[in-house]
Design a binder for this molecule. Structure first.
Ligand code: TXA
Ligand code: MG
Length: 328
């Protein structure tokens, strides 16, 4: 049994302890506006390897380097092309990750030995304070075990990782609730590798050209695995009008069923109703909480009402599809 790690609100003393943890190669649970990260000094190879070990993540799946501002990003990339400058000016600090040719500062441990590095300037004030006090880059994946539901609260990190993390800073619930958008700008054409907090529409407006999705690249990216972000219960996705019928069929088949959908969704008697907000921003914020609530409710399967694909809906749908995908 692993004991609980220290979880603290971000007082000046706790920030100092967080920087101490990072300096001695420890792992820090870090609040960001998207999800909580499992952070380590990106230039400490042993610490970076510990991230992979704790997550149970293959070392070929690279990490995002988090930096305090665009000036710091320049030290980690070989070049900041004009389109990267435009996106940085529009969306940093914020939920955008750029994949760019790396500089020598980005080690093989962080990049998985590739020629590119993923960089992000997060907006959360606690993480900004940690980054400024620490001074370097922080490698940080989402602070969950590989393939499981991402954490949007400090208590999720404590529950998932236990004493495998040295300190968790509590910065309140993540305001966005889904991971950053990942855009690959290392080639001639921008490519959307993961939909997230910055919408495709917003990217295209700034760049003045299409940002097509690239689902299969030469990079092995956990966000691109069929099953990811998954609760233990099975998920079935349904439209608002079909959810009640699908849930009834599952109940008749003897399954314990939850219906995750808007307050007015038709949830049959015998099914647990876990309400999902109608507004897509609120839906994104609530998503991972509800996926955790599915398991807490002790059901076998949850029928989840899907949002429209527009705007932030694309990121929510992406996570739901992976959570519902067949488990390997
Ligand atoms: O919102 C977020 O991005 C959160 C918070 C903590 O910042 N982090 C996060 O990290 O979601 P993670 O490791 O769970 O997902 C990062 C994704 C992975 O799918 C990884 O394979 C991909 O980014 N990635 C990292 N470096 C890459 C690279 N050089 N090229 C392509 N994909 C890369
Ligand atoms: Mg993740």
């Amino acid at each position: 049994m692993s004991t609980a790690p220290v979880c603290e609100s971000a007082t000046p003393e706790a920030l100092q302890r967080a920087v101490d943890v990072l300096r001695r190669g420890g792992l820090l649970g870090l609040p960001t506006e998207t999800v909580y990260g499992l952070a380590a000094d990106a230039e400490n190879e042993l610490a970076v390897r510990r991230i992979f070990a704790v997550k149970g993540r293959p070392s070929t799946h690279p990490l995002i380097v988090h930096l305090a501002h665009s000036a710091a990003v320049r030290e980690w990339v070989a070049a900041l092309p004009a389109e990267a400058e435009s996106l940085a000016a529009a969306f940093w600090p914020g939920p955008l990750t750029l994949v760019l040719p790396r500089s020598t500062r980005a080690s093989d441990a962080v990049t998985g030995g590739q020629g590119t590095v993923a960089v992000r300037v997060p907006a959360h004030p606690v993480t900004q304070a940690v980054l400024r006090a620490f001074g370097g880059g922080l490698a940080a994946p989402s602070a969950n075990r590989f393939g499981r539901v991402s954490p949007t609260r400090a208590e999720h990190v404590v529950a998932d990782l236990g004493s495998d993390v040295d300190l968790v800073l509590d910065g309140g619930p993540s305001s966005l609730g889904v991971e950053s958008t990942i855009v690959d700008l290392s080639g001639p054409m921008p490519a959307l590798l993961r939909p997230g907090g910055v919408t495709r529409e917003a990217l295209e407006e700034v760049l003045g050209r299409a940002v097509p999705t690239r689902l299969v690249g030469d990079v092995r990216s956990p966000g691109m695995l069929p099953s990811h972000y998954a609760p233990r219960a099975g998920l079935v996705l349904a439209s608002r009008s079909a959810a009640g019928r699908v849930a009834s069929e599952l109940l008749r088949a003897g399954r314990r069923v939850a219906v995750c959908g808007p307050p007015d969704v038709d949830a049959p008697a015998g099914a647990v109703h876990l309400p999902l907000p109608d507004d897509v921003r609120e839906l994104a914020r609530a998503l991972y909480d509800v996926l955790r609530a599915v398991d807490a409710a002790g059901v076998d399967v949850a029928v989840v009402v899907t949002p429209d694909e527009a705007g932030l809906g694309l990121a929510v749908l992406d996570r739901l599809r992976r959570a519902a995908a067949p488990r390997g």
